[in-house]
Design a protein around this ligand. Structure first.
Ligand code: ADP
Ligand code: MG
Length: 242
């Protein structure tokens, strides 16, 4: 299970005088949980935005499923199976669970009349993909963050994600919810998806990572199998200090 899904090579990105990324390369493989670690401002979100087509890199190349991109559009990234779960989950707060899960298929179908049985069917199938059970008719804004996050993950799966990117996904979660999220992430890995898990919480990285990549000041300073790493070593690479 080492199929390469995405390779970003020699990526640099500046914002005015700020060098957000400096000659960074990253490979993402199927069935691998890759943790991207770094202090605030180290360039993590900038890299995510580049590999999801939101920002254009100043330099570098992106290869996804064997296709080469100098610049990638958000639509191309989605077609290549890249899905980002942002911290706000990008849901419709006043629609139900079922409507949120099914809305992309509903819109794509172009039908003028909504078939509610079909909506519920899509939602049930989506929930089953991650063994989740949520009330289909609950309004999404009434749900805790963990449940909204599950809906966002299901939507990513229904959009044929091959790489799911989560930017600081545990910020709004309780300890118990974090463990539930980790179980879902492991399930996705079993299905052969790649997970890019972005965090600066080293205990979480210790628990979930197969491979750990560390950024400091826009540079990649470490990229190795997680098994050989401990928290003091990671903290050293993150900060540059013992
Ligand atoms: P991280 O996600 O690791 O906290 P970011 O990628 O958000 O880091 O930011 C890296 C650097 O680039 C920071 O110095 C940040 O201020 C700067 N930066 C990020 N996005 C922008 C932007 N849109 N405009 C200007 N500066 C930005
Ligand atoms: Mg960030």
């Amino acid at each position: 299970m080492t199929e390469e899904l995405l390779r970003a090579e020699h990526i640099s990105k500046r914002f005015g005088g700020v060098v957000a990324l400096d000659d960074v390369s990253l490979t993402i493989r199927a069935g691998e949980i890759c943790c991207l670690v770094g202090e605030n401002g180290s360039g993590k979100s900038t890299l995510i935005k580049i590999i999801s087509g939101v920002y254009t890199p100043d330099e570098g190349d992106i290869y996804i499923n064997g296709h080469h991109y100098k610049r990638l559009t958000p639509i191309e990234a989605i077609h290549e199976g890249i899905q980002v779960i942002y911290q706000d989950f990008s849901l419709f707060p006043n629609l139900t669970v079922a409507e949120n899960i099914a809305i992309n298929e509903l819109l794509a179908s172009g039908k003028q009349i909504v078939d509610w049985k079909e909506v519920e069917q899509i939602a049930r199938e989506g929930l089953a993909k991650i063994n989740a059970s949520l009330p289909l008719d609950a309004v999404v804004e009434t749900l805790p963050a963990a449940d909204r996050q599950l809906i966002a993950i299901i939507k990513a799966l229904l959009a044929n994600a091959r790489i799911i990117i989560m930017d600081e996904p545990t910020t709004a979660l309780t300890q118990r919810e974090i463990q539930a999220l980790f179980n879902v992430i492991r399930e996705l890995k079993q299905r052969g998806l790649a997970i890019l898990f972005v965090s600066h919480k080293l205990n979480e990285v210790m628990e979930i990572a197969d491979r750990t990549v560390i950024f400091r000041n826009g540079k990649k300073v470490l990229d190795q199998e997680a098994a050989g790493l401990d928290i003091p070593t990671m903290a050293y690479y993150m900060t540059g200090r013992r």
